[in-house]
Design a protein around this ligand. Structure first.
Ligand SMILES: [Zn+2]
Length: 314
């Protein structure tokens, strides 16, 4: 079931502005996946002797950039950032942004190839509950949103999030390049929807949890993922903007990036299977973000945190 919007939301197009707060070692090639160098973040911190923090500096620049554009956003934060970057999450919250959950340690919970769960539902529940508790305490906000680390999401995870009282998940990306979910995503497009229980397909009933999927650019039936993130680095601003604009014709759309995408520093050369992952980043990506935000604002798009939309839908 797709969503009916409130009156105010129908008046002008909506793009959810979302930012994933994680550092260079949180990505699946370094920690927390079946193919990572270190099993998890804990092992990384036991063994890593050099500087690890490449996150604080670009995050502060993102906060300034949002101030400059007078925008508020949803920050999906990996909960262990609270422990290793004292004051950073508090700082984001104090700037008026929404804090949402991006896992406890950014470990992925379903196998990239088989899509089978990598932990039990109970373990996922415990970990996510713990992450939410930490984020709530630090931000003094009610944490209502979730984004799966690496966007690896299963229907059973959304069911668990609903049981925990989360109001939305924003991880599903329908496109022709990859499917990181355990479902075929038949009938799912780029509009917020209520998934069927036990899967991520479009359901027919209203649930307590809403899925907010990512935009794509449909070129003659081939769907290119255009939410942002790595695709913003690989494809450039114009393609991303085209996809967001096309998705806006279907309903609310979404834009996302990471603070580390705009870091001008060289990250430690470590990580399996992703030799070109950080080949484009820094100033050029910051320019792309500015270009997209400026163009959307020129189009009179409402760039908002997801929490603002959730107030309207229920
Ligand atoms: Zn992430």
């Amino acid at each position: 079931m797709q969503l009916k919007m409130g009156e105010r939301m129908r008046e002008s197009p909506i793009v959810f502005l979302t930012i994933d707060v994680e550092d260079w070692y949180h990505i699946p090639s370094v920690t927390g996946s079946p193919f990572s160098v270190y099993t998890d973040v804990e092992e990384f911190f036991q063994k890593w002797q050099d500087r690890y923090d490449y996150l604080t500096e670009p995050t502060k620049r993102i906060l300034n950039l949002l101030d400059e554009f007078n925008l508020r956003a949803t920050f999906f934060v990996v909960a262990d950032v609270i422990e290793h970057y004292p004051g950073l999450v508090e700082n984001i919250a104090e700037n008026g942004h929404e804090i949402a959950c991006h896992g406890l340690h950014h470990e992925i919970y379903i196998h990239p190839k088989t899509k089978r769960p990598l932990l039990t539902k109970e373990e996922f529940k415990e970990r996510t509950k713990n992450a939410r508790k930490l984020l709530k305490k630090e931000s003094k906000q009610r944490i209502m949103g979730y984004r799966a680390p690496g966007a690896y999401i299963g229907g059973w995870m959304v069911d668990t999030l609903e049981e925990l009282g989360f109001r939305y998940d924003s991880s599903v990306s329908v496109n022709s390049l990859y499917n990181k979910t355990d479902s075929n995503l038949q009938g799912v497009s780029t509009i917020p929807y209520y998934p069927k229980k036990g899967s991520l397909e479009c359901g027919s009933e209203i649930r307590k949890i809403l899925e907010i999927p990512w935009p794509y650019l449909d070129i003659l039936g081939f769907k290119l993922p255009t939410a942002g993130g790595p695709m913003l680095r690989f494809l450039g601003a114009r393609v991303i903007l085209m996809g967001i604009k096309q998705s806006l014709r279907r309903g609310p759309a979404l834009f996302y990036f990471h603070p580390i995408d705009i870091s001008n520093e060289k990250f430690p050369k470590i990580g399996n299977k992703r030799p070109l992952y950080w080949s484009i980043k820094g100033e050029i990506v910051e320019k792309r973000i500015r270009y997209i935000l400026r163009k959307l604002l020129d189009m009179r798009v409402n760039l908002i945190p997801i929490s603002e939309y959730m107030e309207e839908v229920l």
